[in-house]
Ligand binder design. Structure first.
Ligand SMILES: Cc1ncc(COP(=O)(O)O)c(C=O)c1O
Length: 411
């Protein structure tokens, strides 16, 4: 008898892991690998937040299942300061990473999921685990890899009439590094067609122009927001996230809370106290500097890669670029990435993992292979960032980009 549920066997192992395994093997064989596959912040968690974590390490009692009240209040105020929308502390659930929040959302939700191409690797598998049907909306480079209002409306009308729908939007975007410029228009369509939006704002604090744009500003009653400490605060391994739910979805939130209570119970206690500091303290200087470094490194990579063989959209946030290789003859983007890794030591992730057709020769490049602590300590407050500094403090990125650029010239 088959031991595994059919929808679970359908969830394939991500190519991310395959590339990571292959990278490890190359490193074990003594080869140099440029780790442009992994999407992790290179920066240390701010010292003050670490010290609050230490000071609370002795606290061992379970906290309320929905999360520490003080933390929910801090997140609520924080979201209000960024979006002008009031998600009250009662409408916020603290989760072990925002990924878990999204999984619970899928498990509770009865309906279909709309995903723009390109989208983060885990949205579709999570929907499959929860048996929610997914629909992809094709996007174009000239529209910054986000759907237009028309494209969204057509998809809703043509494919999935009369259903509950959640559109997942992520800006700045993993994998494209682009920012969505038409949130207002998308909000209008979502509202008109009564669909919900999950705004994945895990990278929104890493928008290079410093503005925090959220679709909740234009459609507060239908927008759920997920976020957390993993990216802007450099604390991916700490596992702290949240989901904020609008008032009219109180019943939905109740289900999320039930699922939380029957799975992880509550997020670990010391971390929730540290997160209060992260969301209520003033970390503008840290954010400004980390954004400036990421923007500088991203622009360096962009300027030195774009050519008549590599199409690229300029970096606007997060820490990714999405190069498209022209004139190649590989079977699919997975094969393309394997070949690049073998030939140059540069590890990229295939575009097919992010919803692109496998034949499209596109990949995700994460430009975080540098010592963020060292770079951060060397950048003065309000100091300028030069290419010379990128060369000094991000040598692996510089070298890997050069190898990749030379490789593309030969294909
Ligand atoms: C687009 C996007 N959303 C959500 C997450 C999940 O973040 P976490 O579970 O660490 O909060 C990630 C992490 O890589 C991501 O890239």
């Amino acid at each position: 008898m088959n031991l595994i549920k059919k929808n679970i066997t359908k969830v394939k192992q991500s190519a991310t892991l395959v590339i990571n395994e292959k990278s490890k093997q190359l490193i074990a064989d003594g080869k140099k690998v440029y780790s442009f596959g992994f999407g992790q912040s290179p920066f240390p968690v701010p010292e003050k937040i670490v010290s609050v974590l230490k000071d609370n390490a002795h606290k061992k009692e379970y906290l309320p299942m929905q999360g520490l009240e003080e933390l929910r209040e801090a997140v609520s105020k924080y979201l209000f300061s960024q979006t002008g929308v009031n998600y009250s502390k009662e409408n916020i659930l603290i989760t072990p990473g925002s990924k878990e929040a999204m999984l619970l959302m899928h498990v509770a939700f009865n309906g279909d999921i709309l995903l723009p191409t390109s989208s983060w690797v885990s949205y579709e598998p999570q929907a499959n685990i929860a048996k929610n049907k997914t629909h992809w909306i094709k996007t174009k480079r000239e529209n910054n890899w986000f759907p237009t209002a028309d494209e969204l409306e057509k998809k809703i009308k043509m494919k999935i009439k009369n259903k509950n729908i959640i559109l997942i939007l992520n800006s700045p975007n993993n994998p494209s590094g682009s920012v969505c410029k038409n949130l207002k228009q998308l909000a209008k369509i979502a509202k008109k067609n009564k669909i919900l939006v999950l705004s994945d704002e895990i990278y929104t604090d890493l928008t290079f122009n410093g503005s925090y744009d959220s679709i909740s500003k234009y459609y507060p009653e239908g927008t759920l927001i997920s976020g957390g400490l993993s990216k802007w605060c450099g604390a991916g391994g700490w596992r702290l996230g949240f989901i904020a739910v609008p008032d009219k979805l109180k019943k939905f939130l109740k289900s999320l809370k039930t699922l939380a209570s029957e799975s992880y119970s509550t997020v670990n206690t010391p971390l929730q106290y540290a997160a209060v500091e992260a969301y209520s303290g003033d970390y503008e200087n840290y954010k400004n500097k980390t954004r400036k470094i990421l923007e500088g490194v991203g622009n360096y990579a962009y300027n030195n890669l774009k050519s008549n063989k590599i199409l690229l959209t300029p970096p606007e946030g997060a820490f990714y670029l999405m190069p498209e290789f022209l004139g190649t003859k590989f079977k699919n983007s997975n094969h393309l990435c394997e070949k690049i890794l073998e030939d140059t030591g540069v590890a990229l992730l295939p575009g097919s993992d992010f919803g692109f057709e496998p034949k499209k020769m596109i990949a995700r490049l994460s430009y975080t292979d540098f010592d963020g602590e060292n770079f951060l300590n060397s950048l003065e407050d309000n100091g300028n960032l030069t290419d010379g500094m990128v060369e000094k403090f991000a040598p692996n990125v510089v070298e890997g980009i050069k190898k990749l650029s030379n490789w593309a010239k030969k294909i």
